[in-house]
Design a protein around this ligand. Structure first.
Ligand SMILES: *[C@@H]1O[C@H](CO)[C@@H](O)[C@H](O)[C@H]1NC(C)=O
Length: 501
């Protein structure tokens, strides 16, 4: 009799443990699903309004992990049809209109419940910097029209403005290092670790109208105009950054054409050493001299057309490119690139993205090829005949195909003669488009900064849903042991009581 009752109690206790185990399991699954439910996801939208085109990026992250590193992912990108917003200076309402297709797309992707709280930011770069220089009123009109358009959408519009060159460069640096988790990492031992700031990666961005270089130098920064300070996750970072206005690809091409036409007294045709032999193009002088990056000559007829014939001579092309840089302004100065611009000694590894990447990717030179292979590949391309190139690269847009020799040699000049990379340090450059799941550029850094998503101090909370599942499991294990401890004397008492009958 007594033995059976004891068996019953033991059986009952096992049942309690099993049931609470199942409850724990169910709750863990619910916990995991909670993390994945759309209810806990937040979104952000950033427009990158560059000189030649505008792109929209949609990011998302789990709401409860807002201050962790590396949790923001890129959900969608949309390329705005048409030119950059600065091209709408004489028709500003069209600038707003041009963004609608991508905005319409965005609101089909972001759940309607989430739209009101989704920040939308628009940052414009060198194209608008140049327009502001030329005509501030027109630049403001473009922004007014853009703001009008975005405000028609049920989103949280946070403004449209021009980023300074220093912001553009350093936010690219923030993006790269956030994505690679080089600020702070959550280790497998569940501790926050701070990699040495020396291990942050430098960032090099090549756009249409400007180019930026940003890195954490090994020594002091002597020119305060090139200094940017960040306090991120409890650590201080002072980075060197400089943006070279007019040294983006498209503007460099214009400066080069302006020099060549001037040297030829504005008569047509002109020989262009950077275009392939057999390549010919007719352009109006107005299209060269409409930019503040080139000085307008005293005697020229804007409506005049000029025929440009390629000669495919890389050595001449190289020296024509060299003339765009004022290296003599650095002869008497130490730590100087060109045009008298200060730069501390290069330090660490670098990600080179945007047009650096696209150009090198065309040449198949993004997997760490040596400098001699790079030189050989580009020079070899430059000497190829236009008809042969068209056969060899049938899928390539003809305008772009004609520009690759120039782009390739321009990048080499900028990196080697300008920034002073050498044979020895060339291997520190990584040509990349993405880091993890997101495109590299200033946009993610801009959103992280404006939404305060990178805390200045180290997070103290326990991270990850794994930990919370374990916390929940531990809680239920303790609870079931406690239940068992309470139940045991109770059943002993009941058993004693029943055995007296
Ligand atoms: C980051 O945001 C703050 C305002 O929240 C602003 O003052 C600062 O200039 C921003 N940093 C960059 C690099 O844009």
């Amino acid at each position: 009799m007594g033995l059976m009752k004891k068996d019953f109690i033991i059986g009952f206790l096992i049942a309690v443990t099993v049931v609470s185990g199942i409850i724990t399991l169910i709750l863990s699954i619910v916990e995991v699903q909670n993390v994945l439910l759309p209810g806990s996801i937040k979104y952000g939208i950033v427009f990158d309004a560059g000189s030649s085109h505008t792109s929209l990026y949609i990011y998302q992250w789990p709401a409860d992990k807002e201050n962790d590193t590396g949790i923001v992912s890129q959900v969608h990108t949309c390329a705005v049809k048409g030119p950059g917003i600065s091209s709408y200076f004489d028709n500003p309402s069209q600038a707003g209109e041009s963004l609608k297709t991508c905005l319409n797309e965005a609101i089909t992707i972001i759940p309607s419940k989430k739209q009101k709280e989704t920040p939308v930011l628009l940052g414009a770069t060198a194209g608008m910097r140049l327009l502001r220089e030329q005509n501030n009123t027109q630049a403001n009109q473009v922004f007014d029209e853009i703001s009008k358009t975005i405000k028609q959408y049920p989103l949280d519009f946070r403004g449209a403005r021009i980023l300074s060159g220093n912001e553009e460069g350093s936010l690219g640096w923030v993006t790269v290092n956030y994505l690679l988790e080089s600020f702070v990492k959550y280790s497998f031992t569940e501790e926050w670790i701070h990699p040495n700031p020396d291990q942050t990666l430098g960032a090099m961005d090549l756009g249409g109208a400007s180019t930026q270089i940003t890195f954490y130098p090994s020594g002091a920064i002597e020119d305060i105009d090139t200094k940017m300070f960040f306090r991120l996750y409890g650590y201080n970072y002072t980075v060197y950054t400089h943006s070279y206005l007019c040294y983006g690809q498209d503007q460099a091409l214009k400066m080069l054409l302006a020099n060549l036409t001037k040297d030829n007294n504005f008569s047509s045709p002109i020989n262009h050493p950077c275009y392939p032999r057999g390549f010919s193009q007719t352009i109006s002088l107005k299209d060269i001299y409409n930019s503040p990056c080139v000085s307008i000559p005293s005697s020229y007829i804007p409506t005049q057309n000029i025929t440009v014939n390629g000669t495919g001579t890389p050595a001449e092309c190289k020296s024509a490119i060299n003339n765009l840089f004022n290296f003599s302004a650095c002869v008497t100065r130490k730590m100087c690139t060109f045009n008298g611009i200060y730069q501390p000694p290069l330090h660490g590894q670098f990600y080179a993205f945007s047009a650096f990447y696209y150009t090198f990717s065309f040449f198949n030179l993004t997997s760490g090829q040596s400098l001699s292979i790079v030189n050989e590949t580009i020079w070899n391309f430059c000497t190829k005949e236009w008809t042969k190139l068209q056969v060899e690269f049938p899928q390539e847009n003809t305008i772009r195909l004609g520009d690759y020799c120039l782009s390739g040699l321009y990048i080499l000049t900028l990196l080697l003669d300008g920034y002073k990379f050498t044979d020895q340090t060339w291997g520190n450059i990584y040509f990349r488009k993405k880091a993890g799941n997101a495109d590299i550029g200033w946009t993610l850094g801009y959103m992280l900064n404006l939404t305060n998503m990178i805390p200045s101090e180290t997070p103290v909370t326990v991270k990850g849903h794994n930990s919370s599942i374990w916390a929940a499991a531990l809680f239920f294990i303790v609870l079931s042991i406690a239940a068992g401890l309470v139940a045991l004397p109770l059943f002993c008492w009941l058993w004693n009581k029943s055995s007296t009958f």
